[in-house]
Design a protein around this ligand. Structure first.
Ligand code: OAD
Length: 250
């Protein structure tokens, strides 16, 4: 079903949210565009000017880490300055005022769901909050290195080894703990929400397929996705418009 107006969309979404008790979400970069962080594959996305191989490929990083740091500087700055938007806050409200059990598997590295609070968050593509030394394995927090990260400097540990942010690069495994929690949340949910992701990157894109038979799937994304046909409700619009309106009806 594809409703037409914003009010109809919000009403239809509320119809799924109201009876749900365990809501598992898969979120992607589209969740944070309204906080001023670009996504990857939209017309204004990062991959219109760069390729993922250039930025987030582990072999490329090992060959030339300074290239990665030069590129990531502006993105890190926008992440540091960003605040949760109406969509993040609506999910927090679902968990808070509405009393739902909300678990969020996010592909995002911006920490905005955590800043919004309330829901359980599983960062399946890792985090920018810590970095690991590629020589000795030592881990350091990124906040102490903030200015240098923003300036695009190649970061080294005190042992001399190159530091790599703990985000998942192409060619690396996803972090086991968050991925296991995300899988369990999908399997236990009585409603799955897919929010702002092109569903093109696996294994994260396969998470909604772990929902049980009969568990409704709702997708909110500006563009069509490969899972639209399986969904009980598809809304092709901005998360920050429809989700808060819908949560306000509960
Ligand atoms: P993409 O850029 O592939 O997809 C974001 C989707 O969100 C697009 O389909 C947009 O149309 C949609 N969108 C943007 N703003 C929106 C809004 N306000 N409301 C609704 N929809 C909106 O980003 P991801 O699917 O998150 O991985 O990308 C997956 C992974 O690819 C990322 O985690 C990253 C990247 O390479 C790694 O870096 C490992």
């Amino acid at each position: 079903m594809t409703p037409a107006t914003l009010a109809e969309e919000a009403g239809a979404l509320a119809g799924f949210l109201r009876p749900a008790t365990r809501i598992a979400c898969l979120t992607g970069a589209g969740m944070s565009t309204e906080s001023g962080i670009p996504d990857y594959r939209s017309p204004q996305g990062l991959y219109r000017t760069l390729s993922s191989e250039e930025v987030f490929d582990i072999r490329r990083f090992r060959a030339d880490p300074s290239h990665f740091y030069r590129v990531i500087g502006p993105l890190y700055t926008s992440i540091e300055e960003a605040l949760p938007n109406a969509g993040h806050l609506a999910l927090a409200e679902l968990a808070g005022r509405c009393g739902k059990n909300v678990k969020i598997a996010t592909q995002n590295i911006d920490g905005l769901h955590q800043k919004a609070g309330r829901a359980d968050v599983y960062e399946v593509h890792g985090t920018m909050r810590t970095l690991t030394c590629q020589s000795c394995g030592g881990q350091v927090g990124s906040s102490a290195l903030r200015d240098r990260l923003q300036a695009g400097e190649l970061l080294r540990h005190h042992c001399g080894g190159v530091l790599k942010p703990d985000i998942t690069f192409y060619g690396e495994m996803l972090p086991e703990g968050p991925l296991a929690c995300a899988r369990q949340a999908m399997a236990e949910a009585d409603l799955v929400l897919v929010l702002g992701t092109s569903l093109l990157v696996y294994p994260a894109a396969a998470l909604p397929s772990l929902r049980t038979r009969g568990c409704p799937l709702v997708i909110i994304n500006r563009e069509a996705t490969v899972m639209d046909e399986q969904a009980s409700l598809v809304i092709h619009g901005a998360i920050g418009n429809v989700l808060p309106q819908s949560v306000a009806k509960l």
